[in-house]
Design a protein around this ligand. Structure first.
Ligand code: SF4
Length: 273
Protein backbone atom coordinates (compact mmCIF):
# COMPACT_ATOMS: atom_id res chain seq x y z
CA UNK A 1 0.00 0.00 0.00
CA UNK A 2 1.38 3.37 -0.98
CA UNK A 3 2.25 5.63 1.89
CA UNK A 4 1.13 9.21 1.83
CA UNK A 5 4.68 10.49 2.00
CA UNK A 6 5.24 8.92 -1.39
CA UNK A 7 2.51 10.95 -2.99
CA UNK A 8 2.41 14.35 -1.35
CA UNK A 9 -0.39 16.74 -2.14
CA UNK A 10 0.79 19.76 -3.97
CA UNK A 11 3.29 17.86 -6.02
CA UNK A 12 2.49 17.84 -9.67
CA UNK A 13 3.40 14.51 -11.10
CA UNK A 14 4.70 14.81 -14.60
CA UNK A 15 2.79 12.79 -17.11
CA UNK A 16 -0.39 12.56 -15.10
CA UNK A 17 -3.51 13.32 -16.97
CA UNK A 18 -7.02 13.98 -15.73
CA UNK A 19 -8.52 10.70 -14.72
CA UNK A 20 -11.70 9.32 -13.38
CA UNK A 21 -10.07 6.45 -11.53
CA UNK A 22 -11.82 5.68 -8.31
CA UNK A 23 -11.54 3.02 -5.66
CA UNK A 24 -14.55 3.58 -3.40
CA UNK A 25 -15.49 -0.04 -3.52
CA UNK A 26 -12.11 -1.22 -2.34
CA UNK A 27 -11.70 -2.13 1.30
CA UNK A 28 -9.30 0.47 2.63
CA UNK A 29 -6.32 -0.42 4.75
CA UNK A 30 -6.64 1.73 7.86
CA UNK A 31 -3.75 0.23 9.74
CA UNK A 32 -1.64 3.00 11.24
CA UNK A 33 1.90 2.89 9.98
CA UNK A 34 4.83 2.10 12.19
CA UNK A 35 5.88 5.34 13.77
CA UNK A 36 9.64 5.09 13.59
CA UNK A 37 11.24 7.51 11.32
CA UNK A 38 8.29 9.87 11.56
CA UNK A 39 8.47 10.09 15.32
CA UNK A 40 11.51 12.29 15.15
CA UNK A 41 9.84 14.43 12.51
CA UNK A 42 6.72 14.76 14.60
CA UNK A 43 8.65 16.04 17.57
CA UNK A 44 10.71 18.29 15.37
CA UNK A 45 7.64 19.99 13.99
CA UNK A 46 6.09 20.44 17.38
CA UNK A 47 3.08 18.16 17.57
CA UNK A 48 4.34 15.18 19.56
CA UNK A 49 1.12 14.57 21.45
CA UNK A 50 -0.57 12.67 18.67
CA UNK A 51 2.35 10.30 18.52
CA UNK A 52 2.22 9.68 22.24
CA UNK A 53 0.46 6.84 23.99
CA UNK A 54 -2.93 8.03 22.76
CA UNK A 55 -2.00 8.12 19.08
CA UNK A 56 -2.98 4.58 18.23
CA UNK A 57 -6.24 4.91 20.12
CA UNK A 58 -7.14 8.24 18.52
CA UNK A 59 -6.51 7.04 14.99
CA UNK A 60 -8.23 3.72 15.61
CA UNK A 61 -11.28 5.36 17.16
CA UNK A 62 -11.68 7.99 14.47
CA UNK A 63 -11.17 5.43 11.73
CA UNK A 64 -13.82 3.16 13.20
CA UNK A 65 -16.28 6.04 13.53
CA UNK A 66 -15.45 6.96 9.95
CA UNK A 67 -16.21 3.47 8.73
CA UNK A 68 -19.59 3.59 10.41
CA UNK A 69 -20.32 7.07 9.09
CA UNK A 70 -19.27 6.42 5.50
CA UNK A 71 -22.25 5.96 3.21
CA UNK A 72 -24.46 8.46 4.99
CA UNK A 73 -24.51 10.83 2.03
CA UNK A 74 -24.85 10.11 -1.70
CA UNK A 75 -21.44 11.53 -2.64
CA UNK A 76 -19.83 8.95 -0.37
CA UNK A 77 -20.84 6.05 -2.56
CA UNK A 78 -21.25 7.69 -5.95
CA UNK A 79 -18.31 6.81 -8.16
CA UNK A 80 -18.60 9.70 -10.63
CA UNK A 81 -15.71 12.16 -10.15
CA UNK A 82 -17.51 15.16 -11.64
CA UNK A 83 -20.61 14.75 -9.48
CA UNK A 84 -18.39 14.42 -6.43
CA UNK A 85 -16.58 17.61 -7.38
CA UNK A 86 -19.88 19.45 -7.77
CA UNK A 87 -21.02 18.16 -4.39
CA UNK A 88 -17.87 19.44 -2.73
CA UNK A 89 -18.32 22.84 -4.36
CA UNK A 90 -21.89 23.06 -3.08
CA UNK A 91 -20.92 21.79 0.36
CA UNK A 92 -18.53 24.70 0.71
CA UNK A 93 -21.50 27.06 0.95
CA UNK A 94 -24.52 25.05 2.02
CA UNK A 95 -25.42 22.24 4.37
CA UNK A 96 -24.86 18.58 3.69
CA UNK A 97 -28.55 17.90 4.28
CA UNK A 98 -29.56 20.30 1.51
CA UNK A 99 -26.96 18.94 -0.90
CA UNK A 100 -28.03 15.37 -0.11
CA UNK A 101 -31.66 16.14 -0.96
CA UNK A 102 -30.89 17.53 -4.40
CA UNK A 103 -27.86 15.39 -5.28
CA UNK A 104 -29.56 12.81 -7.48
CA UNK A 105 -32.01 15.31 -8.96
CA UNK A 106 -29.07 17.40 -10.12
CA UNK A 107 -27.31 14.31 -11.42
CA UNK A 108 -30.38 13.26 -13.39
CA UNK A 109 -30.85 16.71 -14.91
CA UNK A 110 -27.17 17.15 -15.78
CA UNK A 111 -25.50 13.75 -15.90
CA UNK A 112 -22.07 15.03 -16.89
CA UNK A 113 -19.92 18.13 -17.23
CA UNK A 114 -20.93 18.71 -20.84
CA UNK A 115 -24.62 18.73 -19.93
CA UNK A 116 -24.15 21.05 -16.97
CA UNK A 117 -22.03 23.44 -19.00
CA UNK A 118 -25.04 24.00 -21.28
CA UNK A 119 -27.64 24.23 -18.50
CA UNK A 120 -30.38 26.79 -18.92
CA UNK A 121 -29.83 29.55 -16.36
CA UNK A 122 -33.41 29.61 -15.08
CA UNK A 123 -33.61 25.83 -14.86
CA UNK A 124 -30.35 25.58 -12.97
CA UNK A 125 -31.29 28.32 -10.52
CA UNK A 126 -34.65 26.68 -9.90
CA UNK A 127 -33.07 23.30 -9.26
CA UNK A 128 -30.50 24.77 -6.88
CA UNK A 129 -32.94 27.14 -5.16
CA UNK A 130 -32.84 25.10 -1.89
CA UNK A 131 -29.15 25.93 -1.58
CA UNK A 132 -29.82 29.66 -1.54
CA UNK A 133 -26.96 30.07 -3.99
CA UNK A 134 -27.27 32.18 -7.11
CA UNK A 135 -23.96 33.41 -8.48
CA UNK A 136 -22.23 30.28 -7.27
CA UNK A 137 -24.90 28.14 -8.89
CA UNK A 138 -24.36 29.87 -12.20
CA UNK A 139 -20.59 29.61 -11.91
CA UNK A 140 -21.06 25.85 -11.79
CA UNK A 141 -21.56 26.08 -15.53
CA UNK A 142 -18.11 27.60 -15.91
CA UNK A 143 -16.67 24.83 -13.76
CA UNK A 144 -18.48 22.24 -15.85
CA UNK A 145 -17.20 23.83 -19.06
CA UNK A 146 -13.64 23.67 -17.76
CA UNK A 147 -13.99 19.99 -16.85
CA UNK A 148 -15.55 19.18 -20.21
CA UNK A 149 -12.73 20.99 -21.97
CA UNK A 150 -10.01 19.25 -19.93
CA UNK A 151 -11.66 15.88 -20.30
CA UNK A 152 -11.97 14.91 -16.64
CA UNK A 153 -11.44 16.00 -13.07
CA UNK A 154 -7.78 16.97 -12.63
CA UNK A 155 -5.65 14.97 -10.24
CA UNK A 156 -3.14 17.60 -9.17
CA UNK A 157 -3.61 20.42 -6.69
CA UNK A 158 -2.40 23.11 -9.05
CA UNK A 159 -4.84 22.14 -11.77
CA UNK A 160 -7.72 21.82 -9.33
CA UNK A 161 -7.04 25.23 -7.81
CA UNK A 162 -7.07 26.74 -11.28
CA UNK A 163 -10.71 25.72 -11.71
CA UNK A 164 -13.62 28.06 -10.96
CA UNK A 165 -15.04 27.66 -7.45
CA UNK A 166 -12.31 25.32 -6.26
CA UNK A 167 -10.47 26.34 -3.10
CA UNK A 168 -8.04 24.53 -0.84
CA UNK A 169 -10.60 22.37 0.93
CA UNK A 170 -12.36 21.33 -2.25
CA UNK A 171 -9.05 20.54 -3.92
CA UNK A 172 -8.02 18.33 -1.00
CA UNK A 173 -11.41 16.63 -0.88
CA UNK A 174 -11.20 15.79 -4.58
CA UNK A 175 -7.61 14.59 -4.29
CA UNK A 176 -8.51 12.32 -1.38
CA UNK A 177 -11.97 11.07 -2.29
CA UNK A 178 -11.74 10.96 -6.07
CA UNK A 179 -8.08 10.27 -6.74
CA UNK A 180 -6.99 8.68 -3.46
CA UNK A 181 -4.12 11.10 -3.15
CA UNK A 182 -2.66 11.99 0.21
CA UNK A 183 -4.59 15.09 1.24
CA UNK A 184 -6.47 15.60 4.49
CA UNK A 185 -9.09 18.32 3.92
CA UNK A 186 -9.11 21.00 6.60
CA UNK A 187 -12.22 22.93 7.54
CA UNK A 188 -13.21 24.75 10.70
CA UNK A 189 -14.89 21.64 12.14
CA UNK A 190 -11.76 19.54 11.79
CA UNK A 191 -9.69 22.45 13.04
CA UNK A 192 -11.70 22.75 16.23
CA UNK A 193 -11.76 19.03 16.96
CA UNK A 194 -8.07 18.43 16.30
CA UNK A 195 -6.97 21.45 18.33
CA UNK A 196 -9.04 20.30 21.29
CA UNK A 197 -8.12 16.65 20.94
CA UNK A 198 -4.38 17.04 20.46
CA UNK A 199 -3.64 20.54 21.71
CA UNK A 200 -6.13 20.71 24.57
CA UNK A 201 -7.62 24.08 23.67
CA UNK A 202 -9.76 25.82 21.10
CA UNK A 203 -7.99 26.96 17.95
CA UNK A 204 -6.78 30.48 17.46
CA UNK A 205 -8.84 32.48 15.01
CA UNK A 206 -7.03 31.79 11.77
CA UNK A 207 -8.32 30.02 8.67
CA UNK A 208 -7.54 26.28 8.72
CA UNK A 209 -5.06 26.51 5.88
CA UNK A 210 -3.12 29.23 7.70
CA UNK A 211 -3.15 27.41 11.03
CA UNK A 212 0.44 26.36 11.59
CA UNK A 213 -0.41 23.82 14.29
CA UNK A 214 -3.08 22.24 12.14
CA UNK A 215 -0.87 22.11 9.06
CA UNK A 216 1.91 20.43 11.00
CA UNK A 217 -0.50 17.95 12.49
CA UNK A 218 -1.81 17.21 9.02
CA UNK A 219 1.71 16.61 7.84
CA UNK A 220 2.19 14.04 10.59
CA UNK A 221 -1.07 12.29 9.75
CA UNK A 222 -0.34 12.23 6.06
CA UNK A 223 2.99 10.62 6.75
CA UNK A 224 1.49 8.11 9.11
CA UNK A 225 -1.60 6.96 7.22
CA UNK A 226 -2.22 5.59 3.78
CA UNK A 227 -4.59 7.61 1.59
CA UNK A 228 -7.25 4.99 2.29
CA UNK A 229 -6.60 5.34 5.99
CA UNK A 230 -7.00 9.10 5.67
CA UNK A 231 -10.46 8.59 4.17
CA UNK A 232 -11.69 6.81 7.27
CA UNK A 233 -9.84 9.17 9.58
CA UNK A 234 -11.38 12.22 7.89
CA UNK A 235 -14.84 10.70 7.93
CA UNK A 236 -14.41 10.06 11.64
CA UNK A 237 -13.27 13.61 12.26
CA UNK A 238 -16.32 14.99 10.47
CA UNK A 239 -18.74 12.65 12.25
CA UNK A 240 -17.40 13.46 15.73
CA UNK A 241 -17.14 17.16 14.95
CA UNK A 242 -20.77 17.27 13.87
CA UNK A 243 -22.19 15.16 16.68
CA UNK A 244 -20.02 15.99 19.68
CA UNK A 245 -17.25 18.49 19.12
CA UNK A 246 -19.42 21.46 18.30
CA UNK A 247 -18.96 25.02 19.51
CA UNK A 248 -20.30 23.78 22.85
CA UNK A 249 -18.71 20.33 23.00
CA UNK A 250 -20.64 17.34 24.22
CA UNK A 251 -17.75 15.44 25.74
CA UNK A 252 -20.02 13.09 27.61
CA UNK A 253 -20.51 10.22 25.20
CA UNK A 254 -17.83 11.41 22.78
CA UNK A 255 -15.86 8.37 21.58
CA UNK A 256 -12.64 10.37 21.97
CA UNK A 257 -13.18 11.56 25.52
CA UNK A 258 -10.68 9.08 27.03
CA UNK A 259 -7.92 10.38 24.74
CA UNK A 260 -8.82 14.05 24.55
CA UNK A 261 -6.63 16.65 26.18
CA UNK A 262 -9.43 19.20 26.16
CA UNK A 263 -11.78 16.87 28.02
CA UNK A 264 -9.03 15.93 30.46
CA UNK A 265 -8.34 19.57 31.26
CA UNK A 266 -12.00 20.30 31.72
CA UNK A 267 -12.17 17.56 34.35
CA UNK A 268 -15.14 15.47 35.37
CA UNK A 269 -16.67 18.23 37.49
CA UNK A 270 -15.99 21.01 35.04
CA UNK A 271 -17.09 19.37 31.82
CA UNK A 272 -17.40 22.03 29.13
CA UNK A 273 -20.73 20.70 28.01
S1 SF4 B 1 -14.00 14.83 24.18
FE1 SF4 B 1 -15.03 16.84 23.94
S2 SF4 B 1 -13.42 18.28 23.26
FE2 SF4 B 1 -12.64 16.18 22.97
S3 SF4 B 1 -13.12 15.66 20.83
FE3 SF4 B 1 -14.82 14.90 22.08
S4 SF4 B 1 -16.35 16.58 22.13
FE4 SF4 B 1 -14.38 17.44 21.39
Amino acid sequence: MERCSQGRPGTTEAGKSPTNRRTDTQQPDVSPRTVDPDTADAFAIGVPTLWGAAAERIISTLSEVGRQHFGTYPWHTDTDPFRKLVAEVLLARTTRQVVARLYWTLAAAYPDAEALSHADEADLLALLAPTGLTSRALRLRALAASIARIGGVPDTRDKLLALPLVGQYTADAVLLYVHRECALPLDSSAQRLLHRLVGGSDPVRVPPYRDDFLLRLRQCLQRRLTPEGLVWFHQGVLAVAWTHCRARPKCGGCPLSASCRYAARAGPNRAPC
